[in-house]
Write a protein that binds this ligand. Sequence first.
Ligand code: SDX
Length: 449
Amino acid sequence: MARAPQPAARPGTEVAPGKSPNPDTLTVTDNRTGRSYEIPIQDGTIRALDLRKIKTGPDDFGLMTYDPAFTNSAACRSKITMIDGDRGILNYRGYPIEQLAEHSTYLETAYLILYGELPSRQQYDEWVYNITHHTIMHENLKQFIEGFRYDAHPMGMLISTVAALSTFYKEASQIFDPASRRSQQFRLIAKMPTLAAFAYRHSVGLPYAYPDNDLSYTGNFLNMLFKMTEVKYRPNPVIERALDVLFILHADHEQNCSTSAMRGVGSSHVDPYSAVAAAVAALYGPLHGGANEMVLRMLREIGSKGRIPEYIKRVKEGQVLLMGFGHRVYKNYDPRARIIKQIADQVFEVTGPNPLLDIALELERIALQDDYFVQRKLYPNVDFYSGLIYQSLRFPVEMFPVLFAIPRTAGWLAQWEEMLLDPEQKIARPRQIYTGPARRDYVAMEDRV
Ligand code: SDX
């Protein structure tokens, strides 16, 4: 299996006394030894490995960094997505999310995220053809879906069926073959809506509605979800476009938890289906993609605007989180939340007003002026309003994180491929600080107290 050459480690160099340090370096003095070291600064970072030179003696392992949950560590270089958390900016391959939401389609955005440039007309038509003609899944997969209880959470079903896909496409393990990667990209992007729709139909006891190649990506998804006895499903164009824009907004987001799972699991060189299954599992969590489901449950629990102060009090007491608020990177308004709010108005014109919207708007109004949230820079994130739209589109609340996983598949695949082709990357294996007991001898059962 071909591998790119690995760069030699460049440990920090010791500074000779009296020598003036280079400008693009950090001079670190180890007060345990009095020795100073010059650590190169590149792209606003220092390489953790450069700290290993800082030792108290020849037997010392050298310094590491300690960064639980990676709050201040760059794990990779990436050209895909840029977020400016302070200014509330999100760009895919340099294009502002606001412009893509206004002018692009999800499949065009997926192409951009995967291949780095907006497609030509021919490239786009070929891309859409390939995705459209991979939407059908192997009939055996229905047996996996039918093995679940009627009330199985669709995210649990999606994790399982995506992983099962790896057993149907054995060539997917050829991860350094560009043609194989492209085939699996077509299949995964094309089949996620089918797997999701079939899981939904199973949960409501309806027969499966098969893909209709005459329809758009989101139009076909709506068809597989909601087609009943009509000969041909006709998606509402406002709903179809709203869902397409929501998919654009959810397509990628730097090194979030599920993308880190995709990169971490993918770094073992497993096939992309197994890595995507791990990413779906990470997204399932209520602190991540599962938050849109928890927002709806929270708004239902609050029940009325009059009961908002009581809930805010519980948040301040640390009893509950304000779901849909806060973000590791955005310390300003999540630009996606702003766009989703606009989409909500368009959808509600078609579906009718969502009674929970008033509670959400009042909750946001209060939170944005309350010191507790202002000090912690807690603003609405992508999940705060999306659930209201999904609910109005008649999706059960359990389907909300599935609607996040479908579009994020393009981002996961792009990040996975970037990791595979990055000569600086290798299998992910962080270090630790050991805090357990020192060496001790085995004690026979009868001698234990
Ligand atoms: C997504 O990473 C991504 O990019 C993710 C995502 C993507 O597109 O991939 O953007 C999608 O996952 C959006 C986030 C969805 N999750 C939620 O809405 C769940 C609620 N939010 C929180 O769980 C939280 O804000 C996180 C997980 C999103 C971020 O957590 P951090 O960055 O680790 O912040 P923290 O937990 O250290 O909180 C800092 C302070 C703490 O208070 P103090 O200990 O300082 O007193 O803010 C408080 C937290 O208690 N806080 C909240 C809060 N979020 C943080 N308090 C109440 N409600 C909240 N929502």
